[in-house]
Design a protein around this ligand. Structure first.
Ligand SMILES: [Zn+2]
Length: 130
């Protein structure tokens, strides 16, 4: 049986030996001074990954101002929802287009341009193959 005092003394020696620079802030653990930045990461409720806050969409009604799932999971969720509710998704989409006519025109323009580029690439690659 060893004396508990001896164990503490030994621990103290080990601590002091391994810790030459005593930089521990003398601070009460109950004292929650908000001087440090809030944690820059959070765990996604979807994929359970710990990701930087930037990977989460902003959400004004949440205490930390971010969604509980990461952008990738959000995308996956809305994709799955659209697959399950195609009519409602289409209705949503139409409502959004009506509410954002400028953005809708821009998207239509982008889509047309992408489509043109795709056709051009296809034409070029088939021309090159012949
Ligand atoms: Zn996720």
């Amino acid at each position: 049986m060893s004396d508990p005092d001896d164990i503490f003394a030994e621990l103290r020696v080990q601590l002091e030996a391994g810790d030459n620079d005593h930089n521990y802030p003398e601070r009460d653990s109950d004292d929650h001074e908000v001087e440090a930045a809030p944690p820059a990461t959070k765990r996604c409720c979807g994929c359970k990954q710990v990701l930087p806050l930037d990977a989460f969409a902003r959400h004004a009604n949440r205490p930390d101002g971010r969604c509980t799932t990461c952008l990738e999971c959000n995308r996956e969720q809305s994709r799955a929802w659209r697959r399950k509710n195609p009519e409602r998704a289409a209705a949503h989409w139409r409502a959004w287009l009506a509410a954002n006519p400028e953005r809708a025109r821009e998207l239509a323009r982008l889509r047309k341009r992408r489509e043109r580029q795709r056709r051009k690439r296809l034409a070029e690659s088939s021309a090159g193959a012949e």
